[in-house]
Design a protein around this ligand. Structure first.
Ligand code: KG4
Ligand code: ZN
Length: 366
Protein backbone atom coordinates (compact mmCIF):
# COMPACT_ATOMS: atom_id res chain seq x y z
CA UNK A 1 0.00 0.00 0.00
CA UNK A 2 1.30 3.43 -0.92
CA UNK A 3 2.19 5.96 1.83
CA UNK A 4 0.28 8.85 0.29
CA UNK A 5 -3.45 8.70 1.02
CA UNK A 6 -5.21 7.53 -2.16
CA UNK A 7 -7.39 9.82 -4.24
CA UNK A 8 -10.76 8.29 -5.06
CA UNK A 9 -13.20 9.33 -7.78
CA UNK A 10 -16.76 8.61 -6.61
CA UNK A 11 -19.72 8.38 -9.01
CA UNK A 12 -23.39 8.44 -7.97
CA UNK A 13 -26.40 7.92 -10.25
CA UNK A 14 -28.90 5.78 -8.36
CA UNK A 15 -31.87 8.16 -8.31
CA UNK A 16 -32.29 11.65 -9.73
CA UNK A 17 -28.93 13.27 -9.00
CA UNK A 18 -25.95 12.74 -11.30
CA UNK A 19 -22.87 13.29 -9.15
CA UNK A 20 -19.09 12.90 -9.10
CA UNK A 21 -16.53 13.73 -6.46
CA UNK A 22 -12.81 13.45 -5.77
CA UNK A 23 -11.89 12.64 -2.18
CA UNK A 24 -8.78 11.81 -0.17
CA UNK A 25 -7.81 11.98 3.52
CA UNK A 26 -5.37 14.23 5.34
CA UNK A 27 -2.45 13.07 7.47
CA UNK A 28 -4.76 12.78 10.50
CA UNK A 29 -7.14 10.51 8.59
CA UNK A 30 -9.86 13.12 8.12
CA UNK A 31 -11.76 13.03 4.81
CA UNK A 32 -10.89 15.84 2.40
CA UNK A 33 -13.47 16.48 -0.31
CA UNK A 34 -11.45 17.82 -3.25
CA UNK A 35 -14.56 18.40 -5.36
CA UNK A 36 -18.23 17.44 -5.32
CA UNK A 37 -20.40 18.13 -8.36
CA UNK A 38 -24.13 17.39 -8.36
CA UNK A 39 -26.41 17.83 -11.37
CA UNK A 40 -30.03 17.73 -10.29
CA UNK A 41 -32.80 16.44 -12.55
CA UNK A 42 -35.61 18.37 -10.89
CA UNK A 43 -36.44 20.20 -14.13
CA UNK A 44 -36.80 16.92 -16.03
CA UNK A 45 -39.14 15.37 -13.42
CA UNK A 46 -41.13 18.48 -12.40
CA UNK A 47 -43.86 18.07 -15.07
CA UNK A 48 -44.64 14.59 -13.67
CA UNK A 49 -44.61 15.55 -9.97
CA UNK A 50 -42.19 12.71 -9.16
CA UNK A 51 -39.11 10.88 -10.42
CA UNK A 52 -39.77 8.95 -13.66
CA UNK A 53 -37.22 6.09 -13.91
CA UNK A 54 -36.91 6.14 -17.71
CA UNK A 55 -36.38 9.90 -17.78
CA UNK A 56 -33.86 9.62 -14.93
CA UNK A 57 -31.83 6.99 -16.81
CA UNK A 58 -31.68 9.09 -19.97
CA UNK A 59 -30.72 12.21 -18.03
CA UNK A 60 -27.86 10.37 -16.28
CA UNK A 61 -26.49 9.17 -19.63
CA UNK A 62 -26.65 12.73 -20.95
CA UNK A 63 -25.03 14.41 -17.93
CA UNK A 64 -22.54 11.96 -16.50
CA UNK A 65 -19.46 12.59 -18.65
CA UNK A 66 -19.69 16.30 -18.08
CA UNK A 67 -20.23 15.91 -14.33
CA UNK A 68 -17.14 13.68 -14.00
CA UNK A 69 -15.11 16.13 -16.11
CA UNK A 70 -16.22 19.00 -13.85
CA UNK A 71 -15.34 17.06 -10.69
CA UNK A 72 -11.82 16.35 -11.94
CA UNK A 73 -11.32 19.91 -13.11
CA UNK A 74 -12.69 21.44 -9.85
CA UNK A 75 -10.25 19.31 -7.83
CA UNK A 76 -7.33 20.95 -9.67
CA UNK A 77 -5.93 17.48 -10.41
CA UNK A 78 -5.53 15.37 -13.54
CA UNK A 79 -7.14 12.02 -14.25
CA UNK A 80 -3.67 10.51 -13.65
CA UNK A 81 -3.88 11.48 -9.98
CA UNK A 82 -6.90 9.23 -9.39
CA UNK A 83 -6.04 5.96 -7.62
CA UNK A 84 -9.39 4.20 -7.94
CA UNK A 85 -12.92 4.70 -9.26
CA UNK A 86 -15.79 3.99 -6.87
CA UNK A 87 -19.34 3.85 -8.21
CA UNK A 88 -22.75 3.18 -6.74
CA UNK A 89 -23.74 -0.30 -7.95
CA UNK A 90 -27.12 -0.27 -6.18
CA UNK A 91 -29.68 -0.17 -4.73
CA UNK A 92 -31.60 2.25 -6.90
CA UNK A 93 -33.31 2.85 -10.20
CA UNK A 94 -31.53 0.34 -12.37
CA UNK A 95 -31.16 2.44 -15.54
CA UNK A 96 -29.38 5.17 -13.62
CA UNK A 97 -27.18 2.77 -11.67
CA UNK A 98 -26.10 1.08 -14.92
CA UNK A 99 -25.23 4.42 -16.47
CA UNK A 100 -22.91 5.46 -13.61
CA UNK A 101 -21.39 2.02 -13.21
CA UNK A 102 -20.62 1.73 -16.93
CA UNK A 103 -18.90 5.12 -16.89
CA UNK A 104 -16.83 3.95 -13.91
CA UNK A 105 -15.89 0.72 -15.69
CA UNK A 106 -14.83 2.64 -18.80
CA UNK A 107 -12.66 4.98 -16.74
CA UNK A 108 -11.14 2.13 -14.73
CA UNK A 109 -10.14 0.47 -18.00
CA UNK A 110 -8.87 3.62 -19.64
CA UNK A 111 -6.85 4.76 -16.60
CA UNK A 112 -5.84 1.23 -15.63
CA UNK A 113 -7.05 1.82 -12.06
CA UNK A 114 -9.13 -0.43 -9.81
CA UNK A 115 -12.91 -0.31 -9.74
CA UNK A 116 -14.76 -0.26 -6.41
CA UNK A 117 -18.41 -1.22 -6.14
CA UNK A 118 -20.25 0.81 -3.49
CA UNK A 119 -23.63 0.24 -1.88
CA UNK A 120 -25.45 3.58 -2.01
CA UNK A 121 -26.77 2.99 1.51
CA UNK A 122 -23.23 2.57 2.85
CA UNK A 123 -22.48 6.00 1.41
CA UNK A 124 -25.39 7.48 3.38
CA UNK A 125 -24.36 5.51 6.48
CA UNK A 126 -20.87 7.05 6.41
CA UNK A 127 -21.97 10.53 5.25
CA UNK A 128 -21.86 12.23 8.71
CA UNK A 129 -18.13 11.44 8.80
CA UNK A 130 -17.52 13.63 5.71
CA UNK A 131 -17.85 16.88 7.63
CA UNK A 132 -17.14 16.07 11.29
CA UNK A 133 -15.82 13.24 13.43
CA UNK A 134 -18.62 10.82 14.26
CA UNK A 135 -17.38 7.78 16.10
CA UNK A 136 -18.97 4.34 15.87
CA UNK A 137 -21.46 3.13 16.89
CA UNK A 138 -24.30 5.46 15.97
CA UNK A 139 -27.97 5.14 15.10
CA UNK A 140 -28.82 6.45 11.64
CA UNK A 141 -32.22 7.47 10.32
CA UNK A 142 -32.03 7.75 6.57
CA UNK A 143 -35.12 9.54 5.35
CA UNK A 144 -35.35 10.63 1.72
CA UNK A 145 -37.39 10.24 -1.45
CA UNK A 146 -35.86 6.81 -2.00
CA UNK A 147 -35.35 5.43 1.50
CA UNK A 148 -36.72 5.41 5.00
CA UNK A 149 -34.68 3.18 7.24
CA UNK A 150 -33.01 2.93 10.63
CA UNK A 151 -29.53 1.44 10.86
CA UNK A 152 -27.13 0.70 13.69
CA UNK A 153 -23.82 1.79 12.18
CA UNK A 154 -21.38 -0.20 14.31
CA UNK A 155 -18.23 0.16 12.22
CA UNK A 156 -16.98 0.07 8.66
CA UNK A 157 -18.86 -2.72 6.92
CA UNK A 158 -20.78 -3.48 10.10
CA UNK A 159 -24.36 -2.28 9.72
CA UNK A 160 -27.52 -3.68 11.26
CA UNK A 161 -30.84 -2.64 9.79
CA UNK A 162 -33.23 -2.07 12.66
CA UNK A 163 -36.22 -1.08 10.55
CA UNK A 164 -37.27 0.18 7.16
CA UNK A 165 -40.34 1.12 5.18
CA UNK A 166 -42.51 -1.71 3.93
CA UNK A 167 -43.91 0.44 1.11
CA UNK A 168 -43.19 4.09 0.29
CA UNK A 169 -40.42 6.35 1.53
CA UNK A 170 -41.33 9.40 3.64
CA UNK A 171 -40.14 11.74 0.87
CA UNK A 172 -42.50 10.06 -1.57
CA UNK A 173 -45.37 10.78 0.82
CA UNK A 174 -44.34 14.47 0.87
CA UNK A 175 -44.12 14.50 -2.94
CA UNK A 176 -47.51 12.79 -3.31
CA UNK A 177 -49.13 15.20 -0.84
CA UNK A 178 -47.79 18.10 -2.90
CA UNK A 179 -48.96 16.46 -6.12
CA UNK A 180 -52.58 15.94 -5.03
CA UNK A 181 -52.80 19.58 -3.95
CA UNK A 182 -50.83 20.83 -6.98
CA UNK A 183 -48.06 22.46 -4.94
CA UNK A 184 -45.14 21.67 -7.27
CA UNK A 185 -42.07 19.40 -7.23
CA UNK A 186 -40.09 18.48 -5.18
CA UNK A 187 -42.98 18.40 -2.75
CA UNK A 188 -41.22 18.46 0.61
CA UNK A 189 -40.21 22.14 0.72
CA UNK A 190 -43.63 23.21 -0.68
CA UNK A 191 -45.55 21.19 1.92
CA UNK A 192 -43.31 22.51 4.70
CA UNK A 193 -43.91 26.11 3.64
CA UNK A 194 -47.68 25.71 3.40
CA UNK A 195 -47.82 23.81 6.71
CA UNK A 196 -46.73 26.98 8.56
CA UNK A 197 -50.13 28.49 7.67
CA UNK A 198 -52.27 25.51 8.69
CA UNK A 199 -53.61 23.82 11.82
CA UNK A 200 -51.73 20.55 12.46
CA UNK A 201 -54.71 19.17 14.40
CA UNK A 202 -57.35 20.05 11.78
CA UNK A 203 -57.42 16.70 9.97
CA UNK A 204 -57.28 13.28 11.61
CA UNK A 205 -54.63 11.18 9.84
CA UNK A 206 -53.25 7.71 10.67
CA UNK A 207 -49.94 7.02 12.48
CA UNK A 208 -49.06 3.66 10.87
CA UNK A 209 -47.45 1.04 13.18
CA UNK A 210 -47.73 3.22 16.29
CA UNK A 211 -46.97 1.09 19.35
CA UNK A 212 -45.77 -1.88 17.30
CA UNK A 213 -42.84 -3.83 18.66
CA UNK A 214 -40.53 -3.24 15.67
CA UNK A 215 -38.99 -0.22 13.98
CA UNK A 216 -40.51 -0.50 10.49
CA UNK A 217 -42.44 2.24 8.72
CA UNK A 218 -45.39 2.37 6.37
CA UNK A 219 -46.40 5.52 4.49
CA UNK A 220 -48.78 4.18 1.81
CA UNK A 221 -51.87 4.48 4.06
CA UNK A 222 -50.95 8.00 5.11
CA UNK A 223 -50.54 9.00 1.46
CA UNK A 224 -53.99 7.64 0.62
CA UNK A 225 -55.56 9.29 3.68
CA UNK A 226 -54.17 12.66 2.54
CA UNK A 227 -55.62 12.19 -0.96
CA UNK A 228 -59.03 11.31 0.56
CA UNK A 229 -58.91 14.29 2.92
CA UNK A 230 -58.24 16.61 -0.01
CA UNK A 231 -61.06 15.09 -2.10
CA UNK A 232 -63.43 15.59 0.82
CA UNK A 233 -62.35 19.21 1.35
CA UNK A 234 -63.53 22.37 -0.41
CA UNK A 235 -60.10 22.69 -2.09
CA UNK A 236 -59.57 26.14 -0.59
CA UNK A 237 -56.19 27.59 0.39
CA UNK A 238 -57.20 27.15 4.04
CA UNK A 239 -58.03 23.45 3.50
CA UNK A 240 -54.71 22.86 1.71
CA UNK A 241 -52.74 24.49 4.52
CA UNK A 242 -54.58 22.41 7.15
CA UNK A 243 -53.92 19.20 5.21
CA UNK A 244 -50.22 20.10 4.76
CA UNK A 245 -49.83 20.88 8.48
CA UNK A 246 -51.74 17.76 9.60
CA UNK A 247 -49.74 15.57 7.22
CA UNK A 248 -46.41 17.00 8.37
CA UNK A 249 -47.40 16.47 12.01
CA UNK A 250 -48.31 12.84 11.25
CA UNK A 251 -44.89 12.28 9.64
CA UNK A 252 -43.13 13.92 12.62
CA UNK A 253 -45.06 11.68 15.03
CA UNK A 254 -44.32 8.53 13.03
CA UNK A 255 -40.61 9.25 12.58
CA UNK A 256 -40.21 10.11 16.25
CA UNK A 257 -42.17 7.11 17.58
CA UNK A 258 -40.45 4.59 15.27
CA UNK A 259 -37.02 6.11 15.97
CA UNK A 260 -37.74 5.85 19.70
CA UNK A 261 -38.35 2.14 19.18
CA UNK A 262 -35.09 1.82 17.23
CA UNK A 263 -33.26 3.59 20.06
CA UNK A 264 -34.33 0.75 22.39
CA UNK A 265 -32.99 -1.75 19.85
CA UNK A 266 -29.79 0.24 19.30
CA UNK A 267 -28.85 0.01 22.99
CA UNK A 268 -28.26 -3.72 22.48
CA UNK A 269 -25.51 -2.82 19.99
CA UNK A 270 -23.48 -0.57 22.29
CA UNK A 271 -21.86 -0.91 25.69
CA UNK A 272 -21.44 2.86 26.11
CA UNK A 273 -23.41 4.49 28.89
CA UNK A 274 -24.27 7.53 26.74
CA UNK A 275 -24.92 10.04 25.49
CA UNK A 276 -25.37 7.98 22.32
CA UNK A 277 -25.14 9.36 18.83
CA UNK A 278 -28.15 9.68 16.51
CA UNK A 279 -27.66 10.84 12.93
CA UNK A 280 -30.42 11.90 10.57
CA UNK A 281 -29.65 12.06 6.83
CA UNK A 282 -31.59 12.30 3.56
CA UNK A 283 -33.53 15.09 1.87
CA UNK A 284 -36.49 14.93 4.29
CA UNK A 285 -34.08 15.75 7.16
CA UNK A 286 -34.10 19.32 5.79
CA UNK A 287 -37.58 19.72 7.29
CA UNK A 288 -37.42 21.98 10.35
CA UNK A 289 -40.41 20.48 12.17
CA UNK A 290 -38.95 17.01 11.73
CA UNK A 291 -35.59 18.18 13.07
CA UNK A 292 -37.20 19.87 16.08
CA UNK A 293 -39.23 16.72 16.83
CA UNK A 294 -36.14 14.52 16.60
CA UNK A 295 -34.13 16.94 18.75
CA UNK A 296 -36.78 16.67 21.48
CA UNK A 297 -36.72 12.87 21.22
CA UNK A 298 -32.91 12.84 21.53
CA UNK A 299 -32.84 15.04 24.59
CA UNK A 300 -35.44 12.78 26.30
CA UNK A 301 -33.50 9.65 25.42
CA UNK A 302 -29.86 10.63 26.14
CA UNK A 303 -28.88 10.79 22.46
CA UNK A 304 -27.15 13.66 20.67
CA UNK A 305 -28.46 14.64 17.23
CA UNK A 306 -26.12 15.12 14.27
CA UNK A 307 -27.31 16.08 10.82
CA UNK A 308 -24.75 16.27 8.02
CA UNK A 309 -24.83 19.54 6.04
CA UNK A 310 -27.52 19.36 3.37
CA UNK A 311 -24.99 18.93 0.53
CA UNK A 312 -23.92 15.60 2.13
CA UNK A 313 -27.36 14.75 3.49
CA UNK A 314 -29.01 14.43 0.08
CA UNK A 315 -27.63 12.21 -2.70
CA UNK A 316 -24.03 13.12 -3.51
CA UNK A 317 -20.86 11.42 -4.74
CA UNK A 318 -18.55 12.51 -1.89
CA UNK A 319 -20.20 9.89 0.34
CA UNK A 320 -19.67 7.26 -2.38
CA UNK A 321 -16.01 8.30 -2.68
CA UNK A 322 -15.64 8.03 1.13
CA UNK A 323 -17.10 4.51 1.17
CA UNK A 324 -14.83 3.75 -1.80
CA UNK A 325 -11.84 5.06 0.13
CA UNK A 326 -12.52 2.66 3.00
CA UNK A 327 -12.86 -0.27 0.58
CA UNK A 328 -9.62 0.78 -1.15
CA UNK A 329 -7.77 0.60 2.17
CA UNK A 330 -9.17 -2.89 2.76
CA UNK A 331 -8.30 -3.94 -0.81
CA UNK A 332 -11.96 -4.61 -1.70
CA UNK A 333 -11.89 -4.17 -5.45
CA UNK A 334 -14.53 -5.21 -7.97
CA UNK A 335 -14.17 -7.14 -11.19
CA UNK A 336 -15.09 -5.27 -14.37
CA UNK A 337 -18.13 -7.51 -14.81
CA UNK A 338 -19.67 -6.49 -11.46
CA UNK A 339 -23.45 -6.15 -11.90
CA UNK A 340 -25.75 -3.25 -11.09
CA UNK A 341 -28.23 -4.26 -8.39
CA UNK A 342 -31.72 -2.72 -8.09
CA UNK A 343 -32.00 -4.25 -4.59
CA UNK A 344 -29.03 -4.56 -2.29
CA UNK A 345 -29.70 -4.60 1.45
CA UNK A 346 -26.80 -3.21 3.45
CA UNK A 347 -27.37 -5.82 6.07
CA UNK A 348 -27.83 -9.13 4.25
CA UNK A 349 -28.69 -11.19 7.35
CA UNK A 350 -31.29 -8.83 8.70
CA UNK A 351 -32.81 -8.51 5.25
CA UNK A 352 -33.54 -12.20 5.00
CA UNK A 353 -34.80 -12.35 8.57
CA UNK A 354 -36.90 -9.25 8.03
CA UNK A 355 -38.29 -8.88 4.53
CA UNK A 356 -39.34 -5.27 5.09
CA UNK A 357 -38.33 -3.30 2.07
CA UNK A 358 -40.42 -1.27 -0.24
CA UNK A 359 -40.68 -0.66 -3.92
CA UNK A 360 -42.32 2.66 -4.64
CA UNK A 361 -42.26 5.11 -7.51
CA UNK A 362 -38.61 5.88 -6.86
CA UNK A 363 -37.64 2.20 -6.87
CA UNK A 364 -36.40 -0.29 -4.33
CA UNK A 365 -35.73 0.97 -0.85
CA UNK A 366 -33.08 -1.51 0.19
O1 KG4 B 1 -32.16 12.72 -0.36
P1 KG4 B 1 -32.94 13.33 -1.47
O2 KG4 B 1 -32.47 14.62 -2.04
O3 KG4 B 1 -32.94 12.36 -2.67
C1 KG4 B 1 -33.65 11.34 -3.08
O4 KG4 B 1 -34.42 10.71 -2.35
O5 KG4 B 1 -33.42 11.10 -4.26
O6 KG4 B 1 -34.44 13.48 -0.97
C2 KG4 B 1 -35.42 14.08 -1.77
C3 KG4 B 1 -36.71 13.99 -1.00
C4 KG4 B 1 -37.90 14.44 -1.82
O7 KG4 B 1 -38.93 13.48 -1.66
C5 KG4 B 1 -38.27 15.78 -1.22
O8 KG4 B 1 -39.64 16.08 -1.33
C6 KG4 B 1 -37.84 15.59 0.23
O9 KG4 B 1 -36.65 14.84 0.16
N1 KG4 B 1 -37.60 16.87 0.89
C7 KG4 B 1 -38.30 17.30 1.96
C8 KG4 B 1 -37.82 18.61 2.25
N2 KG4 B 1 -36.83 18.91 1.35
C9 KG4 B 1 -36.71 17.82 0.54
N3 KG4 B 1 -39.26 16.72 2.66
C10 KG4 B 1 -39.79 17.42 3.68
N4 KG4 B 1 -39.41 18.68 4.01
C11 KG4 B 1 -38.43 19.32 3.32
N5 KG4 B 1 -38.05 20.54 3.64
ZN1 ZN C 1 -29.90 8.29 -1.34
Amino acid sequence: MQDKPPIILGIESSCDETAASLLTKDAEGRPVVLSSIIASQDDEHRPYGGVVPEIAARAHVKKIDNVIEQAVSASGLDYDAIDAIAATSGPGLIGGVISGLLSAKGLALALNKPLISVNHLEGHALSPRLSAPCSFPYLLLLVSGGHTQLLAVKGLGDYVRLGSTVDDAAGEAFDKTARVMDLGFPGGPAVEKLATQGDPDAIKLPRPYRGKDHANFSFAGLKTAVARAFEASDGSARAKADIAASFQKAVCDVLSERTGRAMDMFLKHTDESGPHRFVVAGGVAANKSIRTTLEALCSNRNFTLTAPPLKYCTDNAAMIALAGYEHYIKGNFAELDVAARPRWPLDGNAASANPASGYGKKGPKS
